[in-house]
Design a protein around this ligand. Structure first.
Ligand SMILES: C[S@@+](CC[C@H](N)C(=O)[O-])C[C@H]1O[C@@H](n2cnc3c(N)ncnc32)[C@H](O)[C@@H]1O
Length: 315
C-alpha cells in the first residue's frame, strides 16, 4: 500500500523523538540548535537512508561502515514554532540501530567549541544509557576545512565505506576539502545541504548588494558560477553548475547525484544533494522514493503535522 504524507512523517518522528534518547541528551546547561519545521525532512531523510538502506547493505559488504559529519552541531534541535525537541542528526546517527546494527566508527567535526563539548557530553550520556551504537566515536573541534587531514587520518581502516554528511548553515565548505575526501578517503555516499539561496545572494545579483567573491571561489572549484549571474533562475543554475562540478571532479567516487528539494516558508528552499558511486542499484530506487515523499511537503504541511494534524484533509 502506498505511503501517505502523514504515514511518512509520523513514522519518522518516532526515531527523531525517541523518548529514551531524548531523556539522555536533553540535559540542562547544554546548548542546542533552533530549527525550522522543514528541518525534520532533512533529518528524516538521512535517518531513513542510513537505517533502511545504507547500513543493512554496506555492513553486509564491507567490514567498516563509517559516519563522518563535518558540520555536526550540538546533537539536539528545538523546533522554533512548536518548541518540540528533536534528536540532532549527530546523536541520531551515533545511536542508530538498523537490522545490522550501527556504524562501526563516527567522526564529528564542529566549529563551535561549546557545541563540540555539548555533543561530546551527549554522546557520553547516550553511551552510559546503553543507547550508543557507534563502535568508536570522536569529536574534533575546528573548521572542517582546516582539520580535514586530521579527519582523513582517522579513516585508515581497510575495507571501509563512509556515509558523509555536509550540513552548513551557508556555504563555507571548500571544494578543495571535498576534493581531498574524493582523492584520499574511502568510497562514500554523501548528503550535502546546498544552500542555493545564500549562494545566489552572494553573487551580488539581488538588492542586498552582497557580493562574496572569495567565498564563491572557495565553494566552487572554478568560475562557472559566474554564468548564473545572467540566468533566469539563478538558484537552479547554481545547483546545476555545482552538480556538474561534482560529476567532473568526483571521478569514480561520484557517479550519481540526486538533488532533493526541501521547501521552507515563502520562496525559500534548499537542496539536499545525495551522491553515490553507484549508477544503478536498489539504493538509488530507495533515494528516489525518499525524494518523492520529501518533495511533496512544504512548510505548511510539515507544520500541520507537527502541530498534531493527522491527515491533509483536516489541514
Ligand atoms: C546546520 S548546523 C548542523 C545541524 C546538524 N547537522 C543537525 O541536523 O543537528 C551547522 C553547524 O555547523 C557548525 N559550523 C559552522 N561552520 C563550520 C565549519 N567551518 N566547520 C565545522 N562546523 C561548522 C555550526 O556551528 C553549526 O553547529
Amino acid at each position: 500500500m502506498a505511503q501517505t504524507q502523514s504515514d511518512w512523517i509520523s513514522k519518522y518522528r518516532v526515531p527523531l523523538e525517541n523518548e529514551e534518547s531524548l531523556k539522555a541528551i536533553d540535559r540542562e546547561g547544554l546548548g542546542c540548535l533552533e530549527s525550522n519545521p522543514w528541518t525534520i525532512l532533512k533529518m528524516a531523510t538521512i535517518w531513513s537512508y542510513a537505517h533502511h538502506i545504507y547500513l543493512p547493505i554496506i555492513k553486509k559488504r564491507y567490514r567498516h561502515a563509517i559516519y563522518v559529519d563535518l558540520f555536526s552541531g550540538p546533537g539536539l534541535t528545538i523546533d522554533k514554532t512548536t518548541g518540540k525537541r528533536f534528536i540532532g542528526t549527530a546523536s541520531l546517527m551515533a545511536s542508530i540501530s538498523s537490522t545490522r546494527g550501527g556504524f562501526s566508527k563516527c567522526v564529528f567535526v564542529e566549529l563551535s567549541r561549546d557545541f563540540a563539548g555539548d555533543l561530546e557530553e551527549r554522546l557520553k550520556s547516550l553511551q552510559i544509557a546503553g543507547l550508543l551504537t557507534c563502535g568508536d566515536w570522536s569529536v574534533i573541534q575546528g573548521d572542517c576545512n582546516g582539520v580535514i587531514d586530521e579527519v582523513l587520518e582517522r579513516l585508515t581502516e581497510s575495507h571501509s565505506h563512509m556515509l558523509l554528511f555536509v550540513d552548513p548553515f551557508g556555504f563555507n565548505f571548500r571544494f578543495s576539502t571535498l576534493k581531498k575526501i574524493i582523492d584520499a578517503g574511502p568510497a562514500f555516499d554523501m548528503f550535502m545541504n546546498l544552500q542555493v539561496g545564500p549562494i545566489a545572494r552572494s553573487t551580488g545579483r539581488d538588492a542586498s548588494g552582497d557580493f562574496s567573491e572569495g567565498a564563491l571561489r572557495a565553494f566552487f572549484p572554478d568560475e562557472r558560477w559566474k554564468v548564473c549571474t545572467e540566468a533566469v533562475d539563478i538558484r537552479e543554475c547554481l545547483k546545476d553548475r555545482y552538480i556538474d562540478c561534482l560529476y567532473e571532479h568526483g571521478g569514480a567516487r561520484i557517479q550519481t547525484v540526486k538533488p532533493i528539494r526541501i521547501r521552507g516558508s515563502g520562496d525559500y528552499y534548499y537542496y539536499l544533494l545525495f551522491t553515490t558511486r553507484k549508477t544503478a542499484s536498489g539504493w538509488i530506487q530507495g533515494i528516489d522514493r525518499i525524494k518523492k515523499m520529501v518533495e511533496s511537503y512544504d512548510c505548511s504541511s510539515v507544520q500541520h503535522y507537527l502541530h498534531g494534524g493527522a491527515t491533509l484533509e483536516d489541514f
